[in-house]
Design a protein around this ligand. Structure first.
Ligand SMILES: Nc1ncnc2c1ncn2[C@@H]1O[C@H](COP(=O)(O)OP(=O)(O)O)[C@@H](O)[C@H]1O
Ligand SMILES: [Mg+2]
Length: 350
């Protein structure tokens, strides 16, 4: 039957803290996650210069992910390459071996937690359906939607048994109650190999959102609220509908844990963003488009933060190491977005 777990196989599950993206991100262990492989993203990580490495997650390699059906649903499984087995064995706290995704339960559709906004004006649109997450298993509703989309729309696992994924450092590994914000940087967006209709769609998404005006737009958020002890989340559709003022209020809301405004985290994040800005302004090898900035702080720790660039499926490596005008413009737009975020947060602090 092939459903028995072999001794060198492990079960991997949807990543409980996925806040954005379109395909599913899976969790291998406490320290490792993986996402569907794109040539361009692998190329990016393989050619990454040393001085940019601390601005992005560590790239750990590639794996094959297998889909296996059984009586109660299905499992996603992989065999880890030897260099990653060491990482995995060192993590005694991970016990996911028996996890099985119930194929009939339509994944997870648990309690709805409505995200309350500090000002009605901050939203052009809110939708209850777009702001739910699962209280019991904590897997974000977004992660479940992405898993469904990955299997249905992108048809992963429909034709062959296994699919290629890239393995990345889990940026949340050392955070107890991570508060996460995913923002797409730049004023324009691109996708490789897309149709004219898709190109126009991406263009209008930028023109009609804060991408064009502020150089970034909010693509997903998860907050751990200290007053209720619960996670709340917000998806990309809300971020897309915000105007400038709404995006700034939303960013402010990200730094509120339900009890206090996290000023120390704001300061530390600004410092890290300035560092990323400098590193990115010095590089001339890549053209960055549709890259995201992931902000993280720990609701249950004081001052602990991280900020990294993620998602390089649309990054381009310059031929003969000089960028043309269009690519230089992409990078200038990304730096503009980073500067906007820095000055908005600095505005909260002053
Ligand atoms: N290295 C990482 N560590 C922690 N979370 C991550 C990491 N990479 C991605 N994520 C989570 O997964 C989401 C989608 O990732 P992304 O790379 O943007 O995927 P996509 O290519 O589908 O847009 C992010 O919004 C974030 O929540
Ligand atoms: Mg993304």
């Amino acid at each position: 039957m092939g459903t028995m777990l072999q001794s060198d196989e492990i079960v991997i599950t949807p990543f409980e803290h996925q806040v954005g993206g379109h395909k599913v991100v899976l969790q291998i262990s406490k320290k490792l996650i993986c996402k569907p492989r794109e040539d361009s993203e692998v190329e990016f990580y393989r050619r990454l210069p040393e001085h940019l490495k601390e601005c992005v997650p560590h790239f750990k390699g590639e794996i094959q992910v297998q889909y296996v059906e059984n009586d109660s649903g299905f499992q996603l499984r992989t065999k880890l390459p030897i260099n990653l087995q060491q990482d995995f064995q060192n993590e005694s706290d991970m016990q996911m071996d028996n996890h099985c995704i119930n194929a009939n339960s339509k994944l997870c559709s648990c309690d709805i937690i409505k995200l309350e906004h500090s000002s009605n004006n901050s939203m052009k649109r809110t939708s209850e359906a777009n702001t739910k997450s699962c209280k019991t298993c904590h897997t974000s509703d977004w992660s479940n939607q992405c898993l469904k989309r990955t299997m249905q729309q992108y048809a992963l696992w429909s034709t062959s048994c296994s699919q290629q994924f890239i393995v990345l450092e889990n940026l949340l590994a050392d955070f107890n109650n991570p508060c996460i914000l995913d923002m797409k940087l730049g004023r324009k967006q691109r996708a490789f190999d897309c149709t004219e209709a898709k190109r126009q769609l991406l263009e209008s998404r930028c023109a009609n959102s804060t991408s064009a005006s502020l150089g970034f737009r909010i693509c997903g958020m998860q907050l751990f609220q200290k007053n209720t002890g619960e996670y709340i989340s917000q998806d990309k559709y809300i971020g897309r509908a915000l105007d400038d003022e709404g995006a700034q209020l939303n960013l402010k809301q990200y730094f509120h844990d339900g009890i206090t405004e996290r000023r120390k985290e704001m300061l530390n994040i600004v410092e890290k963003l300035q560092h990323i800005h400098t590193a990115m302004s010095e590089q001339t090898v890549f053209s960055f488009m549709s890259v995201s900035l992931l902000l993280i702080y720990d609701s249950s720790a004081d001052g602990k933060i991280d900020a990294r660039l993620i998602d390089f499926a649309n990054a381009v490596v310059a031929e003969d190491s000089s960028l043309d005008e269009h690519h230089k413009e992409c990078n200038a737009d990304l730096l503009f977005g980073l500067s906007s975020i820095i000055s908005i947060i600095q505005g909260f602090l002053s």
